[in-house]
Write a protein that binds this ligand. Structure first.
Ligand SMILES: Cc1cc2nc3c(=O)[nH]c(=O)nc-3n(C[C@H](O)[C@H](O)[C@H](O)COP(=O)(O)O)c2cc1C
Length: 408
């Protein structure tokens, strides 16, 4: 066979240029590194460049050997979608109803303490982004912004207040009243924290309450110049809830958590709050059943993102059993290790009404403040939409266990 002669020409810039993603440098203040983040993992990596190691570790870390957290991630990696094809998936509706109101996504911002340390825009900045997407924001009792401040800043947003029952029940009552006065819609009672978990990274970095920052941590902080500048030129980092107290933080710390809290306290809270109650940190079917009897509005299957008990139950594995037992009596949410839109859908498919995300938005905040949080919601939204289209499902309510299972 005679060899075919290839016609050659000189490379032409006109054909090469459109293939290259190069642009002239932009000086418009747009954070290009942030725009290059296409996964939550990318935001996680970018955040290591932008905040001191101790801050990153505080967010990224878990208790003891961090096995709860790594098992949650490992379980998400075993999720298997079972797609149906030849369906019209032009339009996909990611919206759902959470406690009787529409939410654009089945995603709730989890309560996370000390948020202004991650980025100076803090709770108000992050809640502003949540509100712009019509999502619920939960304010932690351990926040750097008080319930009253958030209420004034965002009077018309959907916001829940996360509470620990304190040893001093009168003080607990006062927090409940502050949340009510500030226009919070629901109370999240966190119950997986009778005592503080042992977070080894924080202890090593000296990020304890009160802080005992060592020299290494101190000098590492100094290397993140922009972060330092922002911390030093904005109001001091503090637990906003404790501002009114005159005692030193070391003494207050001893009263944060009450190891004596029981189901009776949940019933008591119901009477003093008078609105929706969500109990967060449920890790057994039995406890879920008791709370259904008490008549709470929702529970969160959660091990605090692996920050409390290590080697705890994996919430995603527990979910189907809890849904079967109490799913008709109250809403069931899940959190821990959600890093993608696929993870959100796995939980929804296995019966959750919604999920809470913690680190997924905090990585965004550390990487780029409010724009970073917005980026994390954008990433999750796009991933959810594509996964639903490829699975052949067009609405959240139809994304059932028919489409998802966990491989053994
Ligand atoms: C930095 C950080 C601080 C947290 N602070 C609180 C808190 O004050 N109260 C609470 O109930 N949960 C707290 N959590 C747990 C979250 O509400 C949520 O359960 C957890 O982050 C979910 O796991 P994920 O981060 O992997 O999404 C915190 C989590 C993180 C990462």
């Amino acid at each position: 066979m005679s060899a075919m002669k290839t016609h050659r020409q000189l490379p032409r810039w006109k054909t090469i240029k459109p293939l290259l993603g190069w642009h002239l440098p932009r000086f418009d203040g747009v954070d290009k590194k942030l725009l290059r983040c296409i996964t939550i993992q990318d935001l996680r990596e970018l955040s290591t460049q932008r905040v001191p190691k101790a801050v990153y570790d505080y967010v990224d870390g878990g208790a003891n050997e961090e096995i709860s957290l790594s098992r949650a991630r490992e379980t998400f990696s075993r999720v298997e979608f079972r797609p149906r094809v030849l369906r019209d998936v032009n339009e996909v509706d990611l919206g759902t109803t959470i406690l009787g109101k529409h939410s654009n996504l089945p995603i709730i911002f989890a309560p996370t303490g000390y948020t202004r340390m991650m980025h100076h825009s803090g709770e108000i900045g992050i809640a502003t982004v949540a509100t712009s997407h019509n999502l619920v924001y939960s304010l932690s009792t351990m926040g750097t912004t008080s319930a009253q401040e958030l209420g004034v800043a965002l009077p018309n947003s959907r916001k829940w207040f996360q509470l620990y029952v304190w040893r001093d029940r009168e003080q607990t009552k006062a927090f409940v009243k502050q949340a009510k006065d500030a226009g919070f819609e629901a109370l999240i009672l966190t119950v997986d924290t009778p005592v503080a978990g042992q977070r080894n990274r924080d202890i090593r970095n000296g990020l304890t309450v009160p802080p005992k920052i060592n020299t290494k941590t101190f000098f590492n902080m100094a290397t993140k110049v922009k972060w330092c500048f922002n911390v030093l030129t904005t109001p001091p980092l503090e637990f906003a809830t404790f501002r009114q107290f005159t005692k030193p933080l070391s003494e207050i710390a001893a009263t944060f958590f009450d190891p004596g809290v029981t189901f009776d306290d949940v019933s008591w809270l119901k009477t003093i709050w008078g609105g929706p109650i969500i109990v967060k940190g449920i890790q057994s079917v039995e406890d879920a059943k008791i709370l259904a009897k008490i008549g709470v509005d929702a529970i969160v299957l959660s091990n605090h993102g692996g920050r409390q008990l290590d080697c705890g139950v994996v919430p995603l594995e527990l979910l189907p059993e809890v849904v079967a037992a109490v799913g008709k009596k109250m809403e069931i949410y899940l959190d821990g290790g959600i890093m993608s839109g696929k993870d959100v859908l796995a939980a929804i498919g296995l019966g959750a009404d919604a999920v809470l995300i913690g680190r997924a938005y905090l990585y965004g905040a550390m990487a780029g403040g409010m724009a970073g949080v917005d980026r994390s919601i954008h990433i999750l939204t796009q991933e959810m939409k594509t996964t639903m289209q490829l699975t052949g499902v067009t609405s959240i309510k139809d994304f059932t266990s028919e489409y998802v299972r966990i491989r053994n």
